[in-house]
Design a binder for this molecule. Structure first.
Ligand code: EPZ
Length: 444
């Protein structure tokens, strides 16, 4: 095991100028314009981030393609560089060379701003036998604990303790184990699946997450020589291998970005085509869109068309782990339901604090009453533009979608959230005919 020096140089995670630009600009949207045409969906943020961390498992260079250009990807790039990974970026391709890692300590100032960086703990521990990663901490939508990750790593034979806000993990050799996840956590499934790829013997993950991003990670690891079966089901089996080899991998399309554009088409009662999308990944969402009155037509060429009959009704939505209705599209669907004929009930069961968009939708004229994690929405005939603030990534996107159907102009701040998860958001909407501008905010 090579001795590693701790990187002490202060590394600034976020592209400060880009963040400052997001924080000092707002989106202005004039609603009421039907959309038309087609939009190409980017690679999945929630797959790209974990696959970048997964590259740490490999002692040879890897190439990732269809990587979305997002602030979070820049953040993960800086974290991996601080560990010694050499990274070359071009348009939507990342060349990652993790051959010579120089550290197993992920710096606090980097991790604290990007929860997904906690994904580094599994691969570092499995390959280097040691990992020190700060606790990711909570965010606007919830406390986001990681005890399922930690408990699983201990079951794989690691010594794990938390000190001064840092998770310390050590294991000369991880050993396969049968692990039952108390909750089908996406992150915990991904962390334990990655750690088990280089463990001695077989690991079985029971009650595992079944999200398409988990399947994409398994396929990525398999393309490097890992032995994984059952990804996408509740039980994943991993037979450890001594090491992994180079790969060239194409990331799956972003089903949440696709869902966001379906809502943009639905709320404006438009006829638009999404390209580079996997319709099956959105079955729970398209089923609900059909139920409230829209027509969804997948085409053979990874396309999905949405058309409207001009009005839509209300419904009941309960967010659940995949294949249930995705929590990441709850706010977007709620925006659509504010203008439905009839009432709706939305229950958020995955995160304890993910209704931050409600007061801002009410500011635009929506009729929504909240009790705990349940929102009751009474459809209104119209929304009106207003100055609103996004509190997290999907909340901000929901306000933009509502603004597309609102009377007059809406000004949206909180774009630092939006830019974390949507590549070229306003350009894609503008290409569909939306009246949308990003304008700098004038300092008082
Ligand atoms: C992933 O987060 C996604 N993020 C989230 O997307 C998404 O909302 C979430 O999965 C659910 O689909 C990335 O992939 C980077 P979880 P993750 O572990 O892995 C609790 C977006 O908008 N839990 O499945 O953190 C947890 O607190 C983001 O793109 C524990 O209690 O989600 C939450 O309530 C937001 N203990 C629930 O499980 C644990 O050890 C689901 O969390 C782990 C999780």
């Amino acid at each position: 095991m090579n001795t590693l020096k701790t990187v002490s140089s202060p590394v600034s995670i976020v592209d400060q100028p880009a963040l400052a630009k997001s924080q000092s600009s707002i989106l202005e949207i004039w609603g009421g314009t039907p959309l038309e045409g087609k939009v190409k969906i980017s690679g999945a943020k929630n797959s790209a981030l974990v696959l970048m961390a997964g590259a740490l498992l490999c002692s040879e260079p890897c190439r990732l393609q269809n990587v979305p250009s997002l602030a979070d990807i820049q953040g993960m790039t800086r974290i991996l560089e601080s560990l010694g990974v050499k990274i070359k970026q071009s348009i939507d391709t990342l060349e990652l060379d993790p051959t010579n890692l120089t550290s197993t300590d992920a710096p606090y100032e980097l991790v604290s701003k990007l929860r997904a960086s906690f994904f580094a703990i599994g691969p570092l521990l499995a390959r280097m036998g040691v990992a020190k990663v700060p606790l990711p901490g909570g965010c606007a939508i919830g406390a986001r604990p990681v005890e399922i990750h930690v408990r699983g790593l201990k079951q794989l034979g690691a010594q794990v303790y938390i000190e001064h806000g840092v998770v310390h993990a050590y294991a000369s050799q991880l050993k396969g184990a049968k692990i039952y996840l108390d909750y089908p956590s996406v992150g915990a499934t991904e962390t334990l699946m990655m750690a088990a790829t280089l463990a001695e013997g077989e690991t079985i993950l029971d009650n595992a997450a079944q999200e398409p991003e988990v399947i994409d990670l398994a396929n990525f690891c398999r393309s490097m020589g890992a032995k994984i079966s059952g990804a996408g089901t509740k039980t994943i089996t991993i037979s450890g291998v001594p090491n992994l080899h180079a790969t060239d991998y194409d990331i799956v399309p972003d089903r949440i970005e696709a869902g966001t554009f379906l809502m943009a088409g639905a709320i404006t009662h438009s006829d638009i085509l999404l390209e580079s999308v996997v319709p099956e990944h959105l079955s729970a969402v398209t089923a609900k869109l059909k139920e409230v009155g829209f027509q969804l037509t997948p085409d053979a060429n990874r396309g999905l068309r949405i058309q409207s009959k001009g009005v839509h009704t209300g419904t009941e939505i309960e967010t659940l782990p995949y294949p249930g209705f995705p929590t990441d599209l709850q706010s977007l669907f709620m925006a659509l339901l504010t203008l439905s004929q009839g009432s709706s009930v939305v229950t958020e069961t995955v995160f304890e604090n993910r209704l931050g968009h409600v007061p801002e939708l009410v500011r635009m004229g929506a009729d929504i009453k909240v009790k705990g994690n349940v929102a009751v929405i009474q459809g209104v005939p119209f929304l009106s533009g207003a100055p609103v603030t996004g509190t997290d990534l999907r909340a901000t996107a929901a306000l933009a979608v509502a603004a597309l159907a609102a009377n007059g102009k809406t000004s949206i701040s909180g774009l630092q959230h939006l830019d974390r998860g949507y590549a070229n958001f306003e350009q894609k909407l503008r290409d569909l005919g939306a009246r949308i501008e990003r304008v700098p905010t004038v300092e008082a």
